[in-house]
Each structure stands twice: as structure tokens, then as C-alpha cells.
Design a protein. Structure first.
Length: 101
């Protein structure tokens, strides 16, 4: 796990200890939502790649870092709501497979 500069090591250890996600195999809804978020982030990143990187405030490494964080948060937010339908298709297929077993 990556460490964040400036955070007390004991506090970081406490945060890691409290954040124990459920295995995705036991929660197909979370797996489908995370897959849709990953797909959305890739789509948003591709859209940003078409924007020219010229001008006074463009092209810095800080801008790139914050844009990446924005894209990730936006993709996660969209997928937590109704999303774009990928999550529903994946869940339908998972349910179909689990019924056939």
C-alpha cells in the first residue's frame, strides 16, 4: 500500500486496518460498479486527451495529477448512481451464471 507523505505512520496504519473491503467474489454488485467506474475513467481520460495542452495554465504535472483525481472521482460518482448501464449488464450475466450452477 502506498504511503502518503505527511501522514503520521500510526494514523496511516489505523486507516489501513479499518478499510478491509469485502472480497469482490462475495459482492458482485461492488465488482460490477468498480468495473464500470474503471471503464468510465478510461473514457474520461480519452476525452481529456483531445483537449489541447497549450496556454498559460496548462501542461503542469500538478494539473495532470489533479485532473487524474477529478476523472477518478467523476467516474466513481457516475458509477455509484445509475451509471451508463454496464453495471446492469454485468450483474444480469452474473445472475444468469449463478442460476445455471
Amino acid at each position: 500500500m502506498t504511503s502518503i507523505k505527511g501522514i503520521d505512520p500510526t494514523m496511516a496504519a489505523q486507516l489501513r486496518a479499518t478499510r478491509k473491503p469485502e472480497p469482490l467474489s462475495k459482492n458482485p454488485e461492488a465488482a460490477a460498479q468498480q468495473f464500470e467506474a474503471m471503464l468510465l475513467k478510461q473514457m474520461i481520460d480519452s476525452m481529456w486527451s483531445t483537449v489541447p495542452k497549450e496556454g498559460l495554465l496548462s501542461g503542469s504535472s500538478e494539473e495532470s495529477m489533479y485532473r487524474d483525481m477529478l476523472n477518478e472521482a467523476l467516474a466513481s460518482s457516475i458509477s455509484e448512481g445509475k451509471g451508463i448501464g454496464v453495471k446492469d449488464v454485468i450483474l444480469k450475466d452474473i445472475n444468469k451464471l449463478s442460476k445455471s450452477k
